[in-house]
Each structure stands twice: as structure tokens, then as C-alpha cells.
Design a protein around this ligand. Sequence first.
Ligand code: FAD
Length: 517
Amino acid sequence: MEGVSKLILGLSIYGLLVTVGLTAIPMELACLAIKGDVTVDEWEVERASVDFGMMKRTEPLVVLHPASGEDVATVVRAAYELGKGLRVSARGEGHSTNGQAQAEKGVVIDMRSRSSVTVWEEEKYVDVWGGELWIKVLMETLEYGLAPKSWTDYLYLTVGGTLSNAGISGQTFHHGPQISNVHQLDVVTGKGELLTCSEDLNTELFHAVLGGLGQFGIITRARIALQPAPHRVRWIRVLYSDFSVFTRDQEFLISLHGKPASERFDYVEGFVIVDEGLINNWRSSFFSPSNPVTLSSLNADGGVLYCLEITKNYHEGNASTVDQEIEALLDKLDFIETSVFTTDVTYVDFLDRVHKAELKLRSKGLWEVPHPWLNLFVPKSRIADFDKGVFKGILGNTASGPILIYPMNSSKWDQRSSVVTPEEEVFYLVAFLRSAVDNETVEYLNNQNHEILRFCDDEGIKVKQYLPHYTKQQQWKDHFGNKWDQFYQRKMQFDPGCILATGQRIFKPPTTTSNDV
Ligand code: FAD
């Protein structure tokens, strides 16, 4: 069987490389012994050429479906040893927005090709394949009454994909991002070595890979911390018209991160409402039609409202006290009194909430459209200036999608990881999750994103992009700031051929020619 796969791999790569004229490459790759398969199927190649953003398209030569971490290592090692700058990118669910998982004329490794979840009940952790979806991790761990601690808002993302960024949501203020909740990883470096790494073993690689934008290795296994899973979630939304009151309350709520569960919420997020349409946007389908809310009825300041979104988890053991705990916390907040919206759902329904919105959008043909997203970390000291200049200024009462805003604490982020955050203890995620249905709107929204970044630059607001996207290496140097030297050295150590995740456009293999990265 292995021989057959080997032959197929050999023929596919050989045939393809001959077709594109790279006749010097094939023999090394043609002799690989792998258990998975390689395909040049038109549909597969097309799928690997695009992503959720639908704004960038780059064709790979082949798509690899690995059967194991060893397969990944074999192919990366072969590409590295060729020394021809053959690009290799892991692709999770392809939910990037700017081609980050693409590999121009290279190999895209489809990490969704296999699945493996092993729960260690006593130890309270789970070992998962790097291409596993978070929804699967949730469903499997729930069988043991356990669940990961830190989430993203949407669960149809892979473990390797979110750990390459950070993985954030309303739990981050308490548990830290997903990358702060990993015990161990198996990683295939850019030299094709398959290494286990953790706090104590291959430490540099461990920290490099977490938030490393796929630059240092491909995560084939992650060991993720678990906790007892709650049964239900009380999910509350309240509105504010005054931004300073809104942020004061959000910051107060995240300052409770060290308190016992009974004295804090489990999740703190929020969003900005700049036009009527957005009150029932895809991210906020929570408001029921029988309870309509309008901006005009709530005296929105400058046409803008802010919604605080909080939850309290509970189970049979504390169901009788949950109302009291929520009351005590809400009493300390200063939202518009008539604007409390509460619902009660299962833990799974809460965590999987965005998927429901996805299904609705899909049914209207509004999911597979371009997504010119912009995600920023804004330091707390300048968030009011950001509000004035952007929410009440540049946006001009149209958002084209949800705008999330919530604060997090730097102390919950491990500064040894590759991620960069603003240099303040508290910073906000501001996420412009835009959709565009035609090219004109894509251009308009991309221009507006640039205008927002220019505004921050001009005003000296030191934002950092989350899920960053740049096209010049100097921009990446500015992004990483004083972490750039370390980032560069780690690259030279773990992927000296610069063949991994070139779709991020941070480094390019030295053997290629174009000016941009
Ligand atoms: P891909 O797009 O496939 O890959 C992303 C990058 O990671 C690429 O460079 C790729 O080469 C690399 N990569 C992929 N797999 C591996 C691996 N196994 N090892 C090493 N590198 C790898 N993010 C949040 O933090 N919080 C949110 O709440 C959130 N919500 C989202 C909601 C939606 C609807 C969408 C589309 C995205 C959201 N994201 C969120 C962003 C998301 O976390 C990132 O885009 C993530 O990279 C997507 O995972 P993926 O599996 O699709 O990765």
C-alpha cells in the first residue's frame, strides 16, 4: 500500500513539475515514502488557492493529504533538502483572509485530511491532531464532562490555525488566549524534523510556534488544557450610549479575573453599533424580533451605541445561586437601564453561536463573499481617541459587518510567544468583520481599513494588528518592533530555507526573485 502511494506521489509530483518546467526537482520528491497522498485534482488545487477572505488567489502545484506527522515531516524535509525554495504551507480550514495559508507553486498540506482526539481524563488535557476543528475537540471532550478553557468565537477553525495566531474570545481576560493553554506540541520544523516541544523540552521552538504565524513549523499535535465543562450559560447583553462608561465597565469586569467564579463573569466581550441595521447583524442575532431595539429609541450618542456582552456559566450545583451572582455584578455596572437582554442556552449552543449565523448567511448566499477584515489591538490609554476618530468619524455610520470591541490583560499573555501586543497592561481587540458583495465595496472597505491605520499612525495610537497582514518586510519589522530580532533568529534556526507559510509574506525563499515578500 505504501509503495502504491509512493508511486502515486512520485508520478504526480514528477509529472507536474515536468509540466511546469522544473525538471531539476522531481527525482528527490518522487522517491518519498508516505502513507497519505498527493493530488493535483483541479478542485483540490482550486480550494487550496483561495480562502475565506476571497481577495487573494495563489495556486499551489500540489495538495498533500498527510496520514500522519511523519508524512508532513517527510515532505517538508524533501522540500528543504531540494534547496530550490519549494514553498510548503499548512492549511487548516483556510479561514484566513489574505492568502496566509497559500503556497505559490508549492505544496499545500491539507491538515484537515485526518482527525485524532485523545482525552486524558485524570490529567485534564487532550491530545489533538493539528488540523482538528475546535468543534470536534469540544464534542469529544464533553463526553468526559470536560472542555478546553479558552476559545475563539467560532469553532470551525483548526487548532493549528488558531494557535498560529493566538486564539482569543471573551474568556481571554481570565484564561489568557488559547496559546496560553497549551502544554505540549509536536512540530515539524522547516528542516523536516518532527520534534516534541513544551515549557521544558525544545523550549525555544515551543514559544516560537505559539502565535508564530506558521513561520517556524507545522503543528501536528497539540496538548490542550481542560477543565470541567459547565452545562448551561446565562447570556446577557446590555447597551450603553456613553463610550467612557462602556469601557469603564468592561475594564472593571476584566479586573475581576483573579476572583472566584462566583464573583466574576466567565466571558466579557462587546460590540459597536453604528447603524440601525447592525443591531441585528449576523454576530448579534441574539436580539429577538419580538423585542425590537432601535438606535433612536435609545438616544445613541453621535448615532453610536455600545453593547456589552457577558455570560455566566453554571451547572446543577450552582444553578440556585446564579441569579444572585449576576444581580450582584450587574448592580456595579452603569448601562442603560431599560436595555437588559438575557437568554439561557446550553454550553455548546453558546460556544457554537457563530456557526448558526454562518448557516443563515450561507442560505442567503452571503457567507462565501469577500471579507476585507481588519483586527487591531488598541492600547487602553488611546481607546477613547480611537472611538472619536474611527467609530464616530471614519466609519460614517456604516460598518458593513459586526465591530467587536473588548479588553484583555497583557499579564495573561506569555511574552515569550511570537505574538505582539501593545505595551500596556490592558488593551482592546477592535475587530471590523466586514463583508462585501462586489469589487467596488471591497475596494471601498480596504481603503477605509488603510484610512483607519493611517489615522492611528498620524495620531500616534500604537496599535498592533491581530491576524496581521503586510506585504513588505519593513512593515513586518515595524509590527514586531523589539521582537523582530528574536523572530528573525528563530526563523533562521527553525526554517532556514524560508519555505514555510510564505503566504504570510514575511520571508521568501532566497532562491525566488520578486521584490515583495
Ligand atoms: P488557516 O487559514 O488554514 O491558516 C492560517 C495560518 O496558519 C496560515 O499561515 C497557515 O499556514 C498556518 N497554519 C495552519 N495550520 C497550521 C498548523 N497545523 N501548524 C502551523 N501553521 C498552521 N480568531 C480568533 O482568535 N478569535 C475569534 O473569535 C475568531 N473568529 C473567527 C470567526 C470567523 C468566521 C473566521 C473566518 C475567523 C475567525 N478567527 C478568529 C480568525 C482565525 O482564528 C484565523 O484566521 C485562523 O488562522 C483560522 O484557522 P484556520 O484553521 O482556518 O487557519
